[in-house]
Design a protein around this ligand. Sequence first.
Ligand SMILES: Cc1cc2nc3c(=O)[nH]c(=O)nc-3n(C[C@H](O)[C@H](O)[C@H](O)COP(=O)(O)OP(=O)(O)OC[C@H]3O[C@@H](n4cnc5c(N)ncnc54)[C@H](O)[C@@H]3O)c2cc1C
Length: 457
Amino acid sequence: MEKYYLEEERNIEILEEADVLVVGGGSAGSAAAIAAARAGAKTVLLERYGQLGGMPTGGEVILIPSMSAGKTIMIRGIMLEIMERLTALGGVCGPDKSITGSTDSSHMEKWKKYFNMTWNNEVCYGGYVDPDLMKIVLSQMIEEAGVNLYLHSLCCRAITDAGTVRGVCFESKEGRKAVMAKTVIDCSGDGDIFASAGAEFEIDLSSMQAASRDTDILHDVSRTASLALVYRFGGADYECYADYAATNPQQLKKHEENLQQIAGYALKIFPTSRNDVVWVDNWVLGYSSIKVKDITAVETLVRRTIVDVMDYIRTNKIPGLENIWLYDTAPQLGTRGSRRILGLHHLEMEDLYGQKECDNHIAVIPSTVNPAMPQVPSKIPYGVLVPITVDGLLVAGRCFSSELTVNSMTNLVTHCFAYGQAAGVAAAVAAADDVKVRDVDIKKVQTQLKKQGVYLG
Ligand SMILES: Cc1cc2nc3c(=O)[nH]c(=O)nc-3n(C[C@H](O)[C@H](O)[C@H](O)COP(=O)(O)OP(=O)(O)OC[C@H]3O[C@@H](n4cnc5c(N)ncnc54)[C@H](O)[C@@H]3O)c2cc1C
């Protein structure tokens, strides 16, 4: 039988009152905060951990997939600025911007070894980033934009009044406090704020439980059903490993099957921003990212198996990986899918196929990574960020309004940065015009996004 404790009523200090409050400083949240502040809004950002970036930094999801289609870089704005700053610091391994769309065989030869850096026999713009340098870059950009940042601040619930979100309560070393805002942008990835605000959402817990290990982990819909604790090995020679993988696919497949047997979950070796370090991405199925027992179990399971994985690789002398050692484990558990808001627009397959007219779009995303994805760029409508029922709230990041299969294709790091930037700008425009975010003048939002370097086609 469940037991309960009735919490006492108490006054909570209001720490700040802002135009825009962003919850979660991950891919979407960092972009939202920077964009809102640059658009002139008084902006506060609350992040539960000690760093910014979310999955690509704390989660060590270091692959920034293709931002281009042909010779056109479509993901621009804040994401592109980060890539340029990281490149200047030596923190990216990926094709130079100048060869985007190249079909030159020497470029293809080189970049084919790096997953997602080529597509349809063309070089793509993207890269494998250094997560620690990315934390530094994001920190600088947040400071430069004048965002009021609070790290180590876990947001626990929305403060609502008659169907409108007015702010958020958060917990820190100082206890529970509140930040009030004209618009709250939920960039928590898991939709913690919209769930507590009573907004309508969907989540596919049953597909998470049912996901089978036999599915195609990179491309199947069950991708969104998997959690991960990724890690990196040092002492590697990635180029040597990549040559081996290209010339011995059957042998590699056998090793991957054996490793899956040993670990109990699928895993794959990927490059990093350095040749001597490799990234072990993994797919742990059957758990939910919003159940504390489940996320504890995934952390424990992966840590229990790392040494056995490393021993197998060394003992079997997999070329390029004979002398590996554990470099680090990601400080942050990863999930590829969770709650998704039900928004004014629910992104569906036809949206991606470009079959629907769309003039209120806030991002254009190129099609790559997933062979099932239509091979035309997709316009993303503003309504995917706006909850149907609750006011004072926008939602950006992987928890945006979308059908499950579509979410799996459109929740990549680059996409989430784009959605975040759009949400930040929309909230700032709404604050300046003193209107609800659902009534914001989309043309003004698009103009401001273009001013911030965003590509809208
Ligand atoms: C293992 C793995 C591999 C992946 N591989 C790739 C890949 O190769 N390429 C790719 O593009 N995408 C990949 N993805 C998907 C991609 O990383 C995510 O979908 C995307 O980064 C999500 O961005 P987000 O901003 O929605 O969430 P996140 O980046 O997770 O950010 C959420 C932020 O909110 C914070 N937060 C959460 N709850 C609270 C709270 N209550 N209060 C305060 N702060 C909070 C978190 O700490 C975090 O900083 C992968 C995902 C995983 C897990």
